[in-house]
Design a protein around this ligand. Structure first.
Ligand code: G6P
Length: 490
């Protein structure tokens, strides 16, 4: 194994890249840098050395920019021909079937166990075509990576392939370029075998075999890694060594790693003290003067369980009238994946329920609920700063960074009501109030307990939560995966 060095090439592959474009009324493209922990974590390593980030064009504007740049090559600020990014101009029909139908409506639903099984899924002729597009889309990534991996030599390139959109890439790339060291990382949960078996058998096998083309497969917590290994054993008949965290299949060994992504606390704190956030802190403090704040912040995603969270809050108000006029629920539910009808319906349901709660309990001087569905990052940071209670109740979640960001920013210390089905539970359970996300009454009781928590207890728990949340910031998280890849499996 060659020694790692700063100038060894690192290839990153993900559906959503570090830059995206919008088309203005004047027909001009403008570039925007992607946000979020993963982008910053991957960028921090990528920007230091010799790297290339391969991503898909997601919109018409992205496709126009990718076409205008030589071979889709651009810098992270979108300058055509610059180094750092290669944006793949995948035909829209292929992209939509791969992204919406397979990645978001099938693999996402399987891993988050979201199906209403009497009705869905049904895998027929349409799905066969969608699956074929997913393969083509994965093949485009594998070919681009193979082409850009440079000469085979003593310091092989490393490829870090991200998430459920790109499960077939490791195998495809290994076939094209056996010299490249390949890592795959799953940012979602992994379904247990009984649920995973819902996928058509050949598809289920292809996904597992695809990831096992990698030398290292990473997960956010041990539970998801265990489910993956269980599927490899039960469905592929692979040899699983749980003690050494290795899977052997078709003569190749894949090391399994657990890398719990955390938050860059310093960066978050400094962003949350900027003037736009200060202004929103002032506005929210005024709107909620004298009230305790129960905060939730999510994308409007089926797995986030926003509806049951609101029902639990309604039950809290119904069963504990002593909180009337003393508490308000700040619920930010930002638009997500509106190409999928289920998501549009879900957003409408959240809005309906919020109106019902306000009508049922609101008075002239008390608003029991503040719901906002327009995306405003600065306002989210303001809400974290002022939260007394943070509600994070997903049905199932790979990690959930909200549960980690809240305690880092909260000024008075916040009590965390946390679903036991979130990956973050593995690290945060000792200082959170843990709930079963389907148990609405249990959630209502946990909210009540959280509101009653004494100041010293809340502050001390919140401090421990913040410490755990900052343990593995994104740059370290990514560097650890590269180190695991370099160590190899032998
Ligand atoms: C969440 C998940 C990631 C996933 C991303 C895709 O953040 O945790 O696993 O990659 O959603 O979101 P998008 O908006 O690109 O569909």
């Amino acid at each position: 194994m060659a020694a790692s060095s700063a100038d060894r090439l690192v290839l990153i592959a993900s559906n959503r890249g570090p830059v995206s474009f919008t088309l203005g009324d004047d027909g001009r493209l403008s570039a925007r840098r992607g946000g979020g922990g993963v982008v910053s974590g991957l960028s921090s390593v990528a920007e230091r050395g010799n790297s290339l980030w391969v991503c898909a064009a997601l919109s018409d504007a992205d496709r126009a920019a990718a076409r205008a740049a030589p071979d889709g090559r651009m810098s992270t600020d979108g300058t055509p021909g610059g180094p750092g990014v290669r944006m793949l101009d995948i035909p829209p029909a292929i992209f939509h079937r791969a992204y919406n139908a397979v990645a978001n409506s099938t693999l996402w639903f399987v891993h988050h166990m979201l199906y209403d099984t009497p009705n869905r899924p049904d895998f027929g002729m349409t799905f066969a075509r969608e699956w074929d597009s997913y393969r083509t889309y994965n093949q485009s990534f594998a070919e681009a990576l193979a082409e850009d991996a440079g000469q085979a030599g003593p310091a092989p390139a490393r490829a870090a392939v991200q998430d459920y959109h790109l499960t077939l890439v490791p195998r495809m790339l290994a076939d094209l370029r056996p010299d490249v060291r390949i890592a795959h990382f799953s940012h979602t949960p992994w379904a247990p075998p009984d649920y995973y078996r819902m996928l058509p058998d050949d598809v289920g096998r292809e996904v597992l075999d695809g990831i096992l083309g990698a030398d290292h497969a990473g997960f956010l917590c041990q539970r998801w890694a265990d489910s993956f290994m269980d599927c490899c054993e039960a469905i592929l008949g692979a040899t699983v060594d749980r003690a050494r965290q290795r899977v052997t299949h078709r003569g190749h060994v894949t090391g399994i790693g657990v890398h719990p992504l955390g938050v860059d606390a310093q960066e978050l704190i400094s962003r949350a003290s900027e003037p736009d956030v200060q202004a929103r802190v002032a506005a929210l403090a005024e709107a909620a003067a004298g009230l305790k704040l129960i905060v939730r912040i999510d994308r409007t995603e089926l797995s986030k369980n926003i509806v049951r969270g609101l029902v639990a809050y309604r039950e809290l108000l119904a069963t504990h009238p002593e909180w009337h006029g003393r508490v308000t629920h700040v619920a930010f539910a930002y638009p997500s994946r509106h190409d999928l009808p289920e998501y549009r319906e879900y957003t409408a349901r959240v809005q309906r329920l919020a109106r019902e709660i306000s009508d049922e309990f609101g008075t002239v001087d008390w608003d029991p609920l503040i719901l906002a569905v327009d995306d405003d990052y600065a306002r989210s940071l303001a809400a974290y700063r002022l939260a007394d209670v943070l509600l994070v109740n997903p049905i199932r979640d790979g990690m959930n960074l909200v549960a980690k960001e809240g305690p880092i920013l909260s000024e008075r210390g916040c009590a965390l009501v946390l679903s036991r089905e979130a990956g973050a539970a593995a690290e945060l359970a000792p200082d959170a109030l843990m709930i079963n996300p389907f148990d609405v009454s249990g959630t209502a009781q946990a909210l009540h307990q959280a509101l009653l928590m004494t100041d010293p207890e809340r502050k001390s728990r919140s401090k421990s939560l913040a410490r755990a949340a900052a343990a593995l910031p994104p740059a370290q998280w990514f560097a650890d995966q590269l180190a695991a890849l370099d160590r190899g499996t032998g």
